[in-house]
Design a protein around this ligand. Sequence first.
Ligand SMILES: Nc1nc2c(ncn2[C@H]2C[C@H](O)[C@@H](COP(=O)(O)OP(=O)(O)OP(=O)(O)O)O2)c(=O)[nH]1
Length: 199
Amino acid sequence: MTRPILLASASVHRARMLEAAGIAFEVRASSLDERAMEAPLKETGVSPDDLAAILAEAKAVSVSEGAPGAVVVGADQTLSFKGEVLHKPDTMEAARRQLLRLSGETHRLHSAAVIAEDGVSVWRHVETVSITFRQLDPAFVGEYLASVGEAALTSVGAYQIEGRGIQLVERIDGDFFSIVGLPLLPLLAALRERGAIDG
Ligand SMILES: Nc1nc2c(ncn2[C@H]2C[C@H](O)[C@@H](COP(=O)(O)OP(=O)(O)OP(=O)(O)O)O2)c(=O)[nH]1
């Protein structure tokens, strides 16, 4: 007998990943205002990986408080580049500018997952991946964005690595699943340990 799993995320990418892994869960996205939460944290000089963990924990705990007995998974991803933390671009023009900034450079994705039960965080994991982009020609970036469209705006880096986004990349150092949005292997091990999935 396993325990109900809730995914406290509005990310279709995370939901698809768990579905593909054969995990039974329900989506119950958190209503937290991440940007409002993030502003004071940034004043403290919080590191990008800690920021991802704190936001993931806040989402998991907030959903978990209203779901007694459920195993609630919260997640967050931050992109760090030259001391800045970048977020999902708001517009296609912002996506174009962001991709050109990352051209020929290495950025890091910090992918955090947290499990909360009955309003208490019981497990957390942050995986950091370094991604180096090729030298990107502005015309290529324009063609890439025209081909992927608004999907580019659903990812923090304005790319989906499992899709055409891989054509932007020269090198990846780290876990593929963490780029897509969840440190999947450590998360599955934790769900097993907590009796939420069989195995
Ligand atoms: N499919 C795919 N998604 C990616 C990739 N890189 C980043 N992402 C997505 C995963 C997340 O949905 C999003 C990271 O943004 P957040 O951590 O703020 O999550 P999001 O706002 O989507 O949902 P949430 O805050 O959990 O409700 O970027 C990738 O290479 N492939």
